[in-house]
Ligand binder design. Structure first.
Ligand code: SR1
Ligand code: MG
Length: 399
């Protein structure tokens, strides 16, 4: 018998878990709201309160022929708990984890909205709210990036944590979908006919494949910090106004990897949002979106430096090391940003930033994004001197 939840079985499930039953009371409303590639997500409301249940399916939701380990739920629970200990304001609370049915019970953030949706439905004017979100995300990456690193916890604890957090199946998805398929011929790759030359320009650039190979090896081997692993703007809830709140969710791709990866994913999604704005003729908005990269970086660097005084083994890890390391994180992030842009335009998991545009604008946005992608991916390989569109200068320039 399937243990998969549906709206009719959720009330009995909640009633069967003491902590959850007390939090919700009598269940009055259940909605399935999952719209991602992988999981079932229910918002459960009741007489005493509400919560979210997230259950992994044994396959990819958007492609049921693609089997997927359900152990991703326990990995998400682990990452969430680790990140909550280090940056509690920036993640949802984990209320309960059921390892037998692969169900996470999470704080209900229905008063928040997905940041990607907010970005895509703003008007043409730049908004200060987005700067608030970009800074909060930098703080989060800095806090968990330092706090889970060998510099934050010491050698033995770091090794144990790396072993505890391995996530091979989901890492392989990223290795394939983000760091391989966009640059080679693959069935997952689908673009508009008018964008075929743009894809060919990317794929035929030998430096792109060279840089992607280096970035992929780093992703596969460099266990620096416990990453979120899929930190795009669709993994961020925002609430603006008098009580602003920015929460990162969906950490099932989490693992120990290069710290620049999470920054790069985010930067890549700023570039995608900017490409949309360019295609819509909103240049000032595009410039502001690209400027979010610097805001995230500055907040990240401040959070990282704030914790630097408590680092493990300052005999060797001195200030010169810190400066070199941050430069490496920046360079990694630039390359990963480029890969994220490419895969979101070309590959299996596309984004609304591009896909929801009318056809003629979609072609322009994809072209702008792919040119930016090529520039970003090869930037470090070119010694930081490679050509790039002016609007990307700040992201591509060293800190
Ligand atoms: C098969 S999973 C495809 C994508 O969805 C997730 O959100 C990740 O971004 C992954 O690459
Ligand atoms: Mg996700």
């Amino acid at each position: 018998m399937s243990d998969l939840l549906d709206v009719s079985s959720v009330p009995a499930y909640v009633a069967s878990v003491g902590d959850l039953a007390a939090r919700v009371g009598d269940v009055t409303d259940v909605r399935e709201v999952g719209d991602g590639n992988l999981n079932l997500v229910f918002i459960v409301r009741g007489s005493a309160g509400s919560l979210v249940l997230k259950q992994s399916l044994p396959y990819v939701r958007t492609d049921p022929n693609w089997p997927m380990t359900r152990e991703r739920s326990s990995r998400e629970a682990y990452v969430l708990a680790s990140h909550q200990a280090l940056s509690p304001a920036h993640v949802p609370s984990l209320l309960h984890y059921d390892e037998t049915q692969y169900v996470l019970a999470l704080e209900d953030l229905s008063d928040h909205r997905v940041w990607r949706t907010v970005l895509n439905t703003r008007g043409s004017s730049p908004s200060e709210d987005d700067a608030v979100a970009a800074a909060a995300l930098g703080e989060y990456i800095g806090a968990v990036g330092f706090g889970t690193s060998v510099l934050g916890v010491g050698s033995a604890a770091h090794k144990q944590a790396v072993a505890r957090a391995i996530n091979p199946e989901l890492c392989e998805i990223t290795e394939d979908l983000v760091l391989t398929e966009p640059f080679v011929s693959h069935d997952h790759n689908v673009v508009h006919d008018l964008n075929v030359p743009d894809v060919e320009a990317l794929a035929s650039d030998e430096d792109v494949l060279h840089a992607a190979g280096l970035a992929k090896l780093a992703f596969m081997t460099r266990a620096e910090s416990l990453l979120h692993g899929d930190l795009h703007t669709g993994s961020v809830f925002v609430r603006f106004g008098s009580a602003p709140s920015v929460r990162v969710f969906d950490s099932e791709f989490g693992f120990y990897g290069p710290l620049g990866f999470d920054l790069g994913m985010l930067w890549g999604n700023y570039v995608l949002a900017a490409a949309r704005a360019v295609a819509m003729g909103q240049s000032p908005r595009a410039m502001q979106l690209l400027g979010l990269g610097r805001i995230t970086w500055n907040a990240f660097e401040a959070a990282y430096r704030e914790r630097w005084g408590s680092r493990f083994d300052p005999r060797v890890f001195g200030d010169a090391f810190l400066s070199s390391y941050l430069t490496q994180v920046w360079e990694d992030a630039v390359t990963y940003a480029g890969a994220e842009v490419a895969r979101r335009v070309i590959g299996f998991a596309k984004v609304a930033d591009i896909e929801s545009l009318p056809e003629s604008q979609r072609v322009v946005a994809a072209r702008v994004a792919l040119r930016a992608s090529r520039s970003l991916i090869t930037h470090t390989l070119h010694g930081g001197t490679g050509p790039h569109p002016t609007a990307l200068t700040d992201i591509a320039a060293a800190p």
